[in-house]
Ligand binder design. Structure first.
Ligand code: ADP
Length: 178
């Protein structure tokens, strides 16, 4: 684990479902009805209440699904967090299809929503860098730029990397602190 920006940013390797934070961000897909990767883990550990809340959102606010770059909130079910914030990152299509902007938006909309909900801490997985194929190295400066925008708004922003390789790569490439 490494603390940056006077301890306001925590970078760690591990499973996000075990992290203590007011809000945990889910790298969901547009259906909001569950998937693999971090999405699967959050639903598995958080329990059926989260899926039930996602279904309600599909029935009301987003009948065609949540567009990439947007964020919504549900209960965190059995997770220790207060909320799960579901966001949809971009699917990598070569890099010239607005992927960077959509990734920035997914992080930013999640942070905005957490702030509105009064959260003091928020934990993120590496959105879009799994099944969605966004190159991890390219995501690092983007994530750092959004985190910088919001670093003074939260007591703690936690970046959780599942693999130790991603964790090490993030620390090598991060632009939060030199
Ligand atoms: P996406 O479809 O947005 O790419 P994935 O879940 O496939 O989402 O992958 C996003 C990142 O989340 C990947 O780096 C993957 O290794 C990581 N990940 C998978 N499970 C967990 C978990 N339990 N906690 C934290 N990160 C996870």
């Amino acid at each position: 684990m490494k603390r940056l920006c006077d301890g306001r940013v925590v970078v760690m390797q591990g499973d996000i479902t075990t992290v203590e934070a007011d809000a945990i961000v889910n790298a969901a897909n547009s259906t909001l009805l569950g998937g693999g990767g971090v999405d699967g883990a959050i639903h598995r550990v958080g329990g059926p209440e989260i899926l039930e809340a996602c279904r309600k959102i599909r029935e009301t606010e987003w009948p065609e699904g949540l567009p990439p770059g947007r964020a919504v909130v549900t209960t965190a079910g059995r997770l220790s967090a207060k909320y799960v914030i579901h966001t949809v990152g971009p699917i990598w299509r070569g890099g010239n299809h607005g992927e960077d902007e959509t990734l920035l938006s997914a992080y930013r909309e999640s942070l905005k929503l957490a702030y509105k909900l009064g959260c003091k801490s928020i934990a993120f997985p590496a959105i879009s860098t799994g099944v969605y194929g966004f190159p991890f190295e390219r995501s690092v400066p983007l994530v750092c730029s959004v985190v910088k925008e919001y670093v003074s708004v939260f007591e703690k922003i936690i970046l959780v990397f599942f693999s130790s390789r991603d964790y090490e790569t993030f620390l090598l490439l991060q632009t939060l602190e030199r």
